[in-house]
Design a protein around this ligand. Structure first.
Ligand code: DX5
Ligand code: ZN
Length: 221
């Protein structure tokens, strides 16, 4: 199934002193999704924000709120993030006791669900869940910080996942996250990804450049 390319700016790279304004500006500049990196200082070595922040930011944009949970445990925070306005919730399978159960909770609120693969985790780890999920998020850095270097070793994984979902005729998005910029976007899109998360590459240069930054990523295929 041919999919439209979507750009998901990660607000981790925005100016935290005016998050609302940043979200409005990046939305107006053509973002498809707003990517929220939720970090707990435990599953990943950094801290960001929780559901309350997402809730306050909801009124600054009508775009899809794409919530990437890098927290452990996950389950007790699902409903707070859903109530805060998340449209997509992605989690790392190793952070939950029962992947099926967590998927079910998210689905029961009619939200989209994604499974995230860290660079050291093989694609077949999530294959048992393919007919239950909407999205696969392939990490091209070890999560925790923005501005890291893209790991090209992950391209093969994107290709394998793409092959698999094509073969099984599944309607699943492939999103990539970590070090994405105009020099590597083409490679990941050609490998089969259709959603690009980008923090540094979207927010660089300040608000005058947001439109151009997003446009260049979108046109890189
Ligand atoms: C990494 C996060 C990413 C990150 C992307 O832990 O999941 O979403 O913020 O930022 P850049 O594009 O700067 O690598
Ligand atoms: Zn992320």
């Amino acid at each position: 199934m041919k999919k439209e390319i979507k750009i998901a700016p990660s607000i981790l790279a925005s100016n935290f002193s005016s998050l609302g304004e940043e979200i409005t500006n990046i939305s107006k500049a053509g973002a498809d999704y707003i990517h929220f990196d939720i970090m707990d200082g435990h599953f990943v070595p950094n801290l960001t924000f929780g559901p309350n922040t997402v809730k306050y930011l909801r009124k600054y944009s009508k775009k899809t709120f794409d919530v990437h949970l890098m927290i452990e445990p996950v389950d007790k925070f699902l409903i707070p993030f859903i109530k805060a306005g998340a449209d997509i919730i992605s989690f790392h399978p190793e952070t939950v006791k029962n992947v099926d159960k967590t998927i079910k909770v998210i689905k029961s609120y009619k939200k989209k669900v994604g499974l995230v693969l860290n660079p050291n985790i093989k694609e077949n780890k999530i294959f048992p869940y393919l007919n239950k999920i909407d999205l696969i998020l392939v990490m091209t850095v070890y999560p925790g910080f923005g501005g890291q270097k893209f790991m090209k070793s992950q391209i093969k994984k994107i290709e394998k996942i793409h092959e698999k979902i094509k073969k099984e005729k599944l309607n699943i998005d492939i999103e990539v996250d970590g070090g994405i910029n105009i020099s590597n976007a083409k490679k990941v899109l050609q490998a089969g990804a259709n959603i690009l998360v980008a923090g540094t590459a979207c927010f660089k240069g300040g608000k005058k450049f947001y439109k151009k930054n997003i446009y260049s990523l979108r046109k890189s295929k």
